[in-house]
Design a protein around this ligand. Sequence first.
Ligand SMILES: [Zn+2]
Length: 65
Amino acid sequence: MEFICLKCKTKERIPHEVVEFLDETDLIGVDTSISPRFDCQNCSGKMVPIYYIGINGKIYEYKED
Ligand SMILES: [Zn+2]
């Protein structure tokens, strides 16, 4: 799965299992309108999935501004 940093636009591939694990862990008491995200290695930004269907069936799609 490809993730992109909202700040510096760096792209990184993250294994699907890792994202699903994070998604599952996040389900309890967390706003599901927010996609799983990671800290960017290059800056202080957040990395979001470019396209991801969550385990709850929700589609998260990154849109360029
Ligand atoms: Zn970044």
